[in-house]
Design a protein around this ligand. Structure first.
Ligand code: SF4
Length: 464
Protein backbone atom coordinates (compact mmCIF):
# COMPACT_ATOMS: atom_id res chain seq x y z
CA UNK A 1 0.00 0.00 0.00
CA UNK A 2 1.32 3.45 -0.84
CA UNK A 3 0.05 5.25 2.19
CA UNK A 4 3.45 6.42 3.46
CA UNK A 5 3.71 9.60 1.36
CA UNK A 6 1.26 11.97 -0.22
CA UNK A 7 1.76 11.34 -3.91
CA UNK A 8 0.23 13.99 -6.15
CA UNK A 9 0.33 13.26 -9.87
CA UNK A 10 1.13 16.26 -12.07
CA UNK A 11 -2.22 16.05 -13.82
CA UNK A 12 -3.89 17.07 -10.59
CA UNK A 13 -1.52 19.84 -9.46
CA UNK A 14 -3.33 23.14 -9.45
CA UNK A 15 -6.53 21.58 -10.75
CA UNK A 16 -9.52 23.60 -9.79
CA UNK A 17 -12.23 21.17 -10.77
CA UNK A 18 -14.34 19.62 -8.01
CA UNK A 19 -13.45 16.01 -8.77
CA UNK A 20 -9.71 16.65 -8.60
CA UNK A 21 -10.02 18.56 -5.35
CA UNK A 22 -12.08 15.73 -3.89
CA UNK A 23 -9.49 13.11 -4.85
CA UNK A 24 -6.70 15.20 -3.34
CA UNK A 25 -8.74 15.77 -0.22
CA UNK A 26 -9.32 12.05 0.22
CA UNK A 27 -5.68 11.19 -0.39
CA UNK A 28 -4.62 13.80 2.16
CA UNK A 29 -7.04 12.36 4.70
CA UNK A 30 -5.80 8.84 4.02
CA UNK A 31 -2.19 9.88 4.59
CA UNK A 32 -2.95 11.60 7.89
CA UNK A 33 -4.79 8.59 9.29
CA UNK A 34 -3.88 5.46 7.37
CA UNK A 35 -6.28 2.64 7.90
CA UNK A 36 -5.14 -0.43 9.75
CA UNK A 37 -6.40 -3.82 10.75
CA UNK A 38 -8.13 -6.14 8.37
CA UNK A 39 -7.59 -4.33 5.08
CA UNK A 40 -6.47 -6.34 2.09
CA UNK A 41 -4.90 -5.50 -1.22
CA UNK A 42 -6.48 -7.70 -3.82
CA UNK A 43 -5.22 -9.33 -5.85
CA UNK A 44 -1.70 -9.54 -4.44
CA UNK A 45 0.25 -6.41 -5.33
CA UNK A 46 2.99 -6.84 -7.88
CA UNK A 47 6.06 -4.66 -8.05
CA UNK A 48 5.56 -1.64 -10.32
CA UNK A 49 8.28 0.42 -11.89
CA UNK A 50 8.45 4.22 -11.80
CA UNK A 51 6.79 4.92 -15.17
CA UNK A 52 4.00 2.46 -14.38
CA UNK A 53 3.55 4.17 -11.04
CA UNK A 54 2.76 7.52 -12.70
CA UNK A 55 0.42 5.82 -15.13
CA UNK A 56 -1.21 3.95 -12.30
CA UNK A 57 -1.78 7.12 -10.27
CA UNK A 58 -3.32 8.89 -13.24
CA UNK A 59 -5.71 6.03 -13.85
CA UNK A 60 -6.57 5.30 -10.25
CA UNK A 61 -9.97 6.15 -8.78
CA UNK A 62 -11.07 6.39 -5.17
CA UNK A 63 -14.61 5.10 -4.87
CA UNK A 64 -16.53 4.55 -1.67
CA UNK A 65 -17.18 0.94 -0.72
CA UNK A 66 -20.89 0.03 -0.59
CA UNK A 67 -20.18 -3.23 1.26
CA UNK A 68 -21.74 -2.06 4.52
CA UNK A 69 -22.96 1.10 6.27
CA UNK A 70 -19.39 2.09 7.24
CA UNK A 71 -19.12 3.37 3.64
CA UNK A 72 -15.30 3.49 3.69
CA UNK A 73 -14.18 6.38 1.49
CA UNK A 74 -10.54 5.43 1.16
CA UNK A 75 -10.84 2.59 -1.34
CA UNK A 76 -8.38 2.90 -4.19
CA UNK A 77 -8.68 1.18 -7.54
CA UNK A 78 -5.63 1.22 -9.75
CA UNK A 79 -5.67 -1.10 -12.73
CA UNK A 80 -6.58 -4.57 -11.52
CA UNK A 81 -5.90 -3.78 -7.87
CA UNK A 82 -8.41 -2.74 -5.26
CA UNK A 83 -6.64 -1.35 -2.22
CA UNK A 84 -7.69 -0.72 1.39
CA UNK A 85 -10.90 -2.71 0.98
CA UNK A 86 -11.81 -5.46 3.45
CA UNK A 87 -12.73 -8.92 2.26
CA UNK A 88 -16.44 -8.20 2.50
CA UNK A 89 -16.10 -5.05 0.40
CA UNK A 90 -13.86 -6.83 -2.08
CA UNK A 91 -16.69 -9.32 -2.58
CA UNK A 92 -18.98 -6.44 -3.65
CA UNK A 93 -16.50 -5.14 -6.22
CA UNK A 94 -15.80 -8.65 -7.47
CA UNK A 95 -19.52 -9.42 -7.74
CA UNK A 96 -19.51 -7.42 -10.99
CA UNK A 97 -18.44 -10.58 -12.72
CA UNK A 98 -20.68 -13.06 -10.89
CA UNK A 99 -24.35 -14.14 -11.08
CA UNK A 100 -25.57 -11.09 -12.97
CA UNK A 101 -29.29 -10.95 -13.59
CA UNK A 102 -30.81 -11.00 -17.09
CA UNK A 103 -33.98 -9.18 -18.07
CA UNK A 104 -36.89 -11.62 -18.02
CA UNK A 105 -40.65 -11.58 -18.21
CA UNK A 106 -42.23 -14.78 -16.88
CA UNK A 107 -39.69 -17.41 -17.93
CA UNK A 108 -38.63 -15.81 -21.18
CA UNK A 109 -35.48 -13.76 -21.63
CA UNK A 110 -36.24 -10.31 -22.99
CA UNK A 111 -34.61 -6.89 -23.16
CA UNK A 112 -34.64 -4.30 -20.40
CA UNK A 113 -37.07 -1.99 -22.21
CA UNK A 114 -39.67 -4.77 -22.54
CA UNK A 115 -39.17 -5.76 -18.89
CA UNK A 116 -39.71 -2.15 -17.77
CA UNK A 117 -42.85 -1.90 -19.94
CA UNK A 118 -44.26 -5.09 -18.41
CA UNK A 119 -43.37 -3.90 -14.88
CA UNK A 120 -45.19 -0.60 -15.48
CA UNK A 121 -48.22 -2.51 -16.77
CA UNK A 122 -48.33 -4.73 -13.65
CA UNK A 123 -48.00 -1.73 -11.33
CA UNK A 124 -50.75 0.20 -13.13
CA UNK A 125 -53.14 -2.76 -12.94
CA UNK A 126 -52.44 -3.55 -9.28
CA UNK A 127 -55.10 -2.59 -6.76
CA UNK A 128 -52.69 -2.53 -3.82
CA UNK A 129 -48.99 -2.66 -4.72
CA UNK A 130 -46.07 -2.72 -2.27
CA UNK A 131 -42.60 -1.26 -2.85
CA UNK A 132 -39.95 -2.97 -0.72
CA UNK A 133 -36.18 -2.60 -0.28
CA UNK A 134 -34.12 0.32 -1.60
CA UNK A 135 -31.60 -0.08 1.27
CA UNK A 136 -28.90 -0.93 -1.28
CA UNK A 137 -29.78 1.98 -3.57
CA UNK A 138 -28.55 5.55 -3.69
CA UNK A 139 -30.48 8.39 -2.02
CA UNK A 140 -31.44 9.59 -5.50
CA UNK A 141 -33.05 6.22 -6.34
CA UNK A 142 -34.78 6.14 -2.95
CA UNK A 143 -36.42 9.50 -3.64
CA UNK A 144 -37.78 8.20 -6.95
CA UNK A 145 -38.98 4.99 -5.24
CA UNK A 146 -40.93 7.08 -2.75
CA UNK A 147 -42.38 9.25 -5.52
CA UNK A 148 -43.49 6.10 -7.33
CA UNK A 149 -45.15 4.79 -4.16
CA UNK A 150 -46.99 8.08 -3.72
CA UNK A 151 -48.21 8.01 -7.32
CA UNK A 152 -49.37 4.37 -7.02
CA UNK A 153 -50.88 4.76 -3.53
CA UNK A 154 -48.65 1.86 -2.52
CA UNK A 155 -47.28 0.40 0.68
CA UNK A 156 -43.57 1.17 1.24
CA UNK A 157 -41.30 -0.74 3.59
CA UNK A 158 -37.67 -1.71 3.93
CA UNK A 159 -35.60 -4.17 5.96
CA UNK A 160 -35.36 -1.73 8.89
CA UNK A 161 -38.86 -2.85 9.93
CA UNK A 162 -37.33 -6.18 10.98
CA UNK A 163 -34.07 -4.79 12.40
CA UNK A 164 -32.75 -1.33 13.37
CA UNK A 165 -35.96 0.64 12.66
CA UNK A 166 -36.93 0.97 16.31
CA UNK A 167 -33.53 2.45 17.30
CA UNK A 168 -33.40 4.72 14.24
CA UNK A 169 -36.89 6.06 14.96
CA UNK A 170 -35.89 6.90 18.57
CA UNK A 171 -32.82 8.74 17.23
CA UNK A 172 -34.84 10.72 14.65
CA UNK A 173 -37.37 11.67 17.32
CA UNK A 174 -34.56 12.94 19.56
CA UNK A 175 -35.25 10.35 22.25
CA UNK A 176 -31.92 8.54 21.90
CA UNK A 177 -28.80 10.74 21.64
CA UNK A 178 -26.48 9.75 18.81
CA UNK A 179 -23.12 10.99 17.53
CA UNK A 180 -20.89 10.49 14.51
CA UNK A 181 -18.26 7.79 14.10
CA UNK A 182 -15.65 10.54 13.80
CA UNK A 183 -16.66 11.82 17.25
CA UNK A 184 -16.28 8.26 18.59
CA UNK A 185 -12.78 7.97 17.11
CA UNK A 186 -11.77 11.34 18.56
CA UNK A 187 -13.38 11.22 22.00
CA UNK A 188 -14.79 7.85 23.10
CA UNK A 189 -12.99 6.35 26.07
CA UNK A 190 -15.57 3.56 26.41
CA UNK A 191 -17.29 1.70 23.58
CA UNK A 192 -19.85 -1.05 24.10
CA UNK A 193 -20.81 -3.49 21.35
CA UNK A 194 -24.20 -4.78 22.46
CA UNK A 195 -25.46 -7.76 20.47
CA UNK A 196 -23.14 -6.66 17.67
CA UNK A 197 -20.10 -8.28 16.09
CA UNK A 198 -18.50 -5.66 13.84
CA UNK A 199 -15.34 -7.75 13.42
CA UNK A 200 -17.53 -10.03 11.28
CA UNK A 201 -20.28 -7.73 9.96
CA UNK A 202 -18.45 -4.39 9.45
CA UNK A 203 -14.81 -5.50 9.20
CA UNK A 204 -13.13 -2.05 9.27
CA UNK A 205 -15.37 -0.52 11.94
CA UNK A 206 -12.97 -1.33 14.78
CA UNK A 207 -9.86 -0.16 12.92
CA UNK A 208 -11.29 3.02 11.37
CA UNK A 209 -13.55 4.34 14.11
CA UNK A 210 -14.52 2.48 17.22
CA UNK A 211 -11.59 0.74 18.87
CA UNK A 212 -8.07 0.93 17.44
CA UNK A 213 -7.62 4.42 15.96
CA UNK A 214 -6.04 7.39 17.64
CA UNK A 215 -8.30 10.43 17.89
CA UNK A 216 -7.97 14.10 18.80
CA UNK A 217 -8.65 13.44 22.47
CA UNK A 218 -7.98 9.70 22.69
CA UNK A 219 -4.48 10.00 21.30
CA UNK A 220 -3.29 6.52 22.24
CA UNK A 221 -6.23 4.79 20.55
CA UNK A 222 -7.05 1.34 21.86
CA UNK A 223 -4.39 1.65 24.55
CA UNK A 224 -6.53 4.16 26.41
CA UNK A 225 -9.98 3.21 25.07
CA UNK A 226 -11.91 0.49 26.89
CA UNK A 227 -14.22 -1.78 24.93
CA UNK A 228 -16.88 -4.20 26.18
CA UNK A 229 -18.89 -6.76 24.30
CA UNK A 230 -22.31 -7.86 25.52
CA UNK A 231 -23.29 -11.00 23.71
CA UNK A 232 -24.68 -14.50 24.03
CA UNK A 233 -21.44 -15.99 22.70
CA UNK A 234 -17.72 -15.35 22.53
CA UNK A 235 -17.70 -13.50 19.20
CA UNK A 236 -14.65 -12.39 17.17
CA UNK A 237 -15.31 -8.83 18.44
CA UNK A 238 -15.25 -10.09 22.05
CA UNK A 239 -11.89 -11.66 21.26
CA UNK A 240 -10.57 -8.22 20.24
CA UNK A 241 -12.20 -6.27 23.09
CA UNK A 242 -11.11 -8.72 25.79
CA UNK A 243 -14.07 -7.71 28.00
CA UNK A 244 -17.13 -9.88 27.47
CA UNK A 245 -20.38 -9.79 29.44
CA UNK A 246 -21.93 -13.06 28.38
CA UNK A 247 -25.70 -13.16 28.83
CA UNK A 248 -28.40 -15.75 28.20
CA UNK A 249 -30.58 -15.26 25.10
CA UNK A 250 -33.26 -12.64 25.80
CA UNK A 251 -31.63 -11.24 28.97
CA UNK A 252 -30.80 -7.83 27.44
CA UNK A 253 -33.72 -5.97 29.02
CA UNK A 254 -32.86 -7.39 32.46
CA UNK A 255 -29.24 -6.30 31.98
CA UNK A 256 -30.25 -2.75 30.98
CA UNK A 257 -32.37 -2.51 34.14
CA UNK A 258 -29.53 -3.94 36.25
CA UNK A 259 -26.99 -1.47 34.84
CA UNK A 260 -29.39 1.46 35.40
CA UNK A 261 -29.88 0.37 39.03
CA UNK A 262 -26.13 0.05 39.68
CA UNK A 263 -25.47 3.48 38.16
CA UNK A 264 -28.25 4.91 40.36
CA UNK A 265 -26.56 3.33 43.38
CA UNK A 266 -29.32 0.75 43.95
CA UNK A 267 -29.06 -3.01 44.34
CA UNK A 268 -29.68 -4.60 40.95
CA UNK A 269 -31.83 -7.57 40.06
CA UNK A 270 -29.23 -9.42 38.05
CA UNK A 271 -30.09 -11.94 35.37
CA UNK A 272 -28.11 -15.18 35.30
CA UNK A 273 -24.82 -13.61 34.34
CA UNK A 274 -21.31 -13.24 35.64
CA UNK A 275 -21.95 -10.61 38.40
CA UNK A 276 -18.34 -9.51 38.40
CA UNK A 277 -18.41 -8.73 34.65
CA UNK A 278 -21.60 -6.67 35.06
CA UNK A 279 -20.16 -4.63 37.94
CA UNK A 280 -16.93 -4.10 35.98
CA UNK A 281 -18.97 -2.78 33.04
CA UNK A 282 -21.01 -0.49 35.32
CA UNK A 283 -17.81 0.82 36.92
CA UNK A 284 -16.29 1.51 33.49
CA UNK A 285 -19.47 3.39 32.51
CA UNK A 286 -19.32 5.52 35.65
CA UNK A 287 -15.65 6.37 35.08
CA UNK A 288 -15.98 7.16 31.37
CA UNK A 289 -16.31 10.65 29.90
CA UNK A 290 -17.63 9.65 26.47
CA UNK A 291 -19.56 6.39 26.10
CA UNK A 292 -20.95 4.98 22.87
CA UNK A 293 -23.19 1.93 22.69
CA UNK A 294 -23.27 0.24 19.29
CA UNK A 295 -26.60 -1.54 19.09
CA UNK A 296 -26.61 -4.76 17.11
CA UNK A 297 -29.44 -7.03 16.08
CA UNK A 298 -28.83 -9.20 19.16
CA UNK A 299 -29.99 -6.28 21.33
CA UNK A 300 -32.70 -4.96 19.00
CA UNK A 301 -34.44 -8.34 18.69
CA UNK A 302 -34.64 -8.82 22.44
CA UNK A 303 -35.25 -5.21 23.50
CA UNK A 304 -38.77 -5.01 24.90
CA UNK A 305 -38.89 -1.23 25.17
CA UNK A 306 -36.43 1.25 23.67
CA UNK A 307 -37.24 3.72 26.48
CA UNK A 308 -35.20 1.51 28.85
CA UNK A 309 -32.11 2.27 26.77
CA UNK A 310 -33.00 5.98 26.89
CA UNK A 311 -33.27 5.84 30.65
CA UNK A 312 -29.87 4.06 30.97
CA UNK A 313 -28.17 6.81 28.91
CA UNK A 314 -30.02 9.58 30.73
CA UNK A 315 -29.10 8.18 34.14
CA UNK A 316 -25.46 7.92 33.11
CA UNK A 317 -25.41 11.52 31.89
CA UNK A 318 -27.30 12.97 34.85
CA UNK A 319 -25.47 11.05 37.59
CA UNK A 320 -21.95 11.07 36.22
CA UNK A 321 -21.90 13.96 33.75
CA UNK A 322 -20.52 11.90 30.91
CA UNK A 323 -21.61 12.06 27.29
CA UNK A 324 -23.48 8.90 26.29
CA UNK A 325 -24.62 8.01 22.78
CA UNK A 326 -26.04 5.21 20.68
CA UNK A 327 -25.10 4.30 17.11
CA UNK A 328 -27.09 1.52 15.41
CA UNK A 329 -25.01 -1.08 13.58
CA UNK A 330 -26.88 -0.64 10.32
CA UNK A 331 -26.10 -3.42 7.84
CA UNK A 332 -27.24 -2.44 4.31
CA UNK A 333 -25.16 0.43 3.08
CA UNK A 334 -28.00 2.94 2.70
CA UNK A 335 -30.68 1.72 5.09
CA UNK A 336 -30.14 4.86 7.14
CA UNK A 337 -30.71 6.97 4.02
CA UNK A 338 -34.00 5.19 3.31
CA UNK A 339 -35.36 5.46 6.85
CA UNK A 340 -34.23 9.08 7.11
CA UNK A 341 -35.95 9.97 3.84
CA UNK A 342 -39.16 8.22 4.89
CA UNK A 343 -39.08 9.93 8.27
CA UNK A 344 -38.51 13.37 6.73
CA UNK A 345 -41.30 12.90 4.19
CA UNK A 346 -43.86 10.95 6.22
CA UNK A 347 -42.80 11.13 9.92
CA UNK A 348 -42.44 7.33 9.84
CA UNK A 349 -39.14 5.47 9.35
CA UNK A 350 -40.78 2.47 7.60
CA UNK A 351 -44.16 0.71 7.25
CA UNK A 352 -45.81 3.49 5.23
CA UNK A 353 -49.00 3.39 3.13
CA UNK A 354 -49.98 6.14 0.72
CA UNK A 355 -53.64 6.92 0.18
CA UNK A 356 -54.68 9.74 -2.14
CA UNK A 357 -51.00 10.74 -2.16
CA UNK A 358 -51.02 11.16 1.64
CA UNK A 359 -48.89 8.96 3.90
CA UNK A 360 -50.21 7.10 6.90
CA UNK A 361 -49.07 4.16 9.00
CA UNK A 362 -48.94 0.97 6.94
CA UNK A 363 -47.64 -2.49 7.73
CA UNK A 364 -44.32 -4.31 7.62
CA UNK A 365 -43.55 -6.39 4.54
CA UNK A 366 -43.90 -9.51 6.70
CA UNK A 367 -47.44 -8.51 7.71
CA UNK A 368 -48.35 -7.39 4.19
CA UNK A 369 -47.39 -10.80 2.84
CA UNK A 370 -48.80 -12.76 5.74
CA UNK A 371 -52.17 -11.02 5.62
CA UNK A 372 -52.35 -10.79 1.84
CA UNK A 373 -52.62 -6.98 1.83
CA UNK A 374 -50.89 -6.50 -1.55
CA UNK A 375 -51.48 -7.97 -4.99
CA UNK A 376 -48.20 -6.87 -6.62
CA UNK A 377 -44.70 -6.22 -5.28
CA UNK A 378 -41.83 -4.14 -6.59
CA UNK A 379 -38.66 -5.28 -4.81
CA UNK A 380 -35.52 -3.21 -5.27
CA UNK A 381 -32.12 -4.55 -4.20
CA UNK A 382 -33.53 -6.89 -1.59
CA UNK A 383 -34.11 -10.60 -1.18
CA UNK A 384 -37.16 -11.12 1.04
CA UNK A 385 -37.41 -14.80 0.13
CA UNK A 386 -34.10 -15.31 1.98
CA UNK A 387 -34.48 -12.75 4.76
CA UNK A 388 -38.15 -12.78 5.81
CA UNK A 389 -39.94 -15.66 7.57
CA UNK A 390 -40.63 -18.25 4.88
CA UNK A 391 -44.27 -18.62 5.87
CA UNK A 392 -44.78 -14.96 4.85
CA UNK A 393 -42.24 -14.74 2.02
CA UNK A 394 -43.72 -17.71 0.13
CA UNK A 395 -46.81 -15.54 -0.53
CA UNK A 396 -44.64 -13.78 -3.12
CA UNK A 397 -45.26 -16.86 -5.27
CA UNK A 398 -48.97 -16.06 -5.34
CA UNK A 399 -48.64 -12.46 -6.52
CA UNK A 400 -47.04 -10.57 -9.38
CA UNK A 401 -43.51 -9.73 -8.32
CA UNK A 402 -41.08 -7.39 -10.04
CA UNK A 403 -37.47 -7.34 -8.90
CA UNK A 404 -34.78 -4.81 -9.75
CA UNK A 405 -31.44 -6.27 -8.74
CA UNK A 406 -27.87 -6.54 -10.05
CA UNK A 407 -27.67 -10.24 -9.16
CA UNK A 408 -29.61 -13.47 -9.27
CA UNK A 409 -31.21 -14.18 -5.87
CA UNK A 410 -33.89 -16.62 -4.68
CA UNK A 411 -36.41 -13.74 -4.98
CA UNK A 412 -35.44 -12.89 -8.57
CA UNK A 413 -35.84 -16.58 -9.41
CA UNK A 414 -39.54 -16.54 -8.50
CA UNK A 415 -40.29 -13.07 -9.91
CA UNK A 416 -42.67 -12.40 -12.77
CA UNK A 417 -40.46 -9.60 -14.10
CA UNK A 418 -36.71 -9.33 -13.51
CA UNK A 419 -34.91 -6.10 -14.33
CA UNK A 420 -31.11 -6.13 -14.03
CA UNK A 421 -29.43 -2.98 -12.77
CA UNK A 422 -25.96 -1.58 -12.08
CA UNK A 423 -24.38 -2.11 -8.65
CA UNK A 424 -24.86 1.15 -6.75
CA UNK A 425 -21.55 2.63 -5.60
CA UNK A 426 -19.58 0.39 -7.96
CA UNK A 427 -21.11 0.87 -11.41
CA UNK A 428 -23.11 4.04 -10.72
CA UNK A 429 -22.69 6.94 -8.33
CA UNK A 430 -24.90 9.05 -6.12
CA UNK A 431 -25.17 9.63 -2.39
CA UNK A 432 -25.70 7.43 0.65
CA UNK A 433 -26.02 7.94 4.41
CA UNK A 434 -23.52 6.24 6.70
CA UNK A 435 -24.73 4.37 9.80
CA UNK A 436 -24.13 7.52 11.90
CA UNK A 437 -26.16 9.82 9.63
CA UNK A 438 -23.24 11.36 7.71
CA UNK A 439 -23.95 11.77 3.99
CA UNK A 440 -21.29 10.27 1.73
CA UNK A 441 -20.71 10.60 -2.00
CA UNK A 442 -20.56 7.39 -4.04
CA UNK A 443 -18.50 7.50 -7.21
CA UNK A 444 -18.79 5.17 -10.14
CA UNK A 445 -15.72 2.92 -10.21
CA UNK A 446 -16.42 0.85 -13.35
CA UNK A 447 -18.33 1.38 -16.57
CA UNK A 448 -21.27 -0.90 -17.21
CA UNK A 449 -23.96 -1.58 -19.77
CA UNK A 450 -26.58 -1.91 -17.02
CA UNK A 451 -28.97 0.92 -16.18
CA UNK A 452 -28.81 2.27 -12.63
CA UNK A 453 -31.84 1.57 -10.44
CA UNK A 454 -32.37 5.34 -10.40
CA UNK A 455 -32.76 5.35 -14.18
CA UNK A 456 -35.07 2.31 -14.11
CA UNK A 457 -37.29 3.95 -11.48
CA UNK A 458 -37.34 7.16 -13.52
CA UNK A 459 -38.62 5.21 -16.54
CA UNK A 460 -41.24 3.44 -14.41
CA UNK A 461 -42.39 6.78 -13.02
CA UNK A 462 -42.84 8.12 -16.56
CA UNK A 463 -45.00 5.13 -17.47
CA UNK A 464 -47.37 4.75 -14.51
S1 SF4 B 1 -15.93 -2.12 6.34
FE1 SF4 B 1 -17.74 -2.11 5.02
S2 SF4 B 1 -17.55 -0.24 3.77
FE2 SF4 B 1 -15.53 -0.63 4.72
S3 SF4 B 1 -14.40 -1.78 3.17
FE3 SF4 B 1 -15.40 -3.29 4.51
S4 SF4 B 1 -17.39 -3.75 3.55
FE4 SF4 B 1 -16.58 -1.89 2.61
Amino acid sequence: MRSDKLFVPPVLVGAACGAAVRVLERRRRRCVAPSSGVCVVAPAARAINESEKWQCEEESSMPTCPGCACLCEDIEIAGAEIRNVCRKGFGIFRSRQKSRLSAMVADGVTDVDAAIEKAAEILCEARSPVIYGLDNSTCEAQKLGLELARKLNAFVDDTSSVCQGVVLEAIYKGRLPSCTLDAVRDNADLVIFWGADPASSHPRHLSKYSFFPRGKKIQRGYEERKAFCIDVRHSPTAEVCKNLVKIPVGADTALINALTSIIEGKTPQLPEVDRRAVFELAAAMRRAEFVTIFTGLGLVYSLEDVSLLESLLRTLTERHGCEAYVIPMVGHFNMRGMTQLLFEETSLPNKVKFEGGVARGGASMTDILHEGLADAALIIGSDPLSSLPFVAARRLLEMKTITIDPHVTPTTEISTVRIPCAISGVECGGHAVRMDGVEVTLEKAFDTEFLSDEEILKRLLDRV
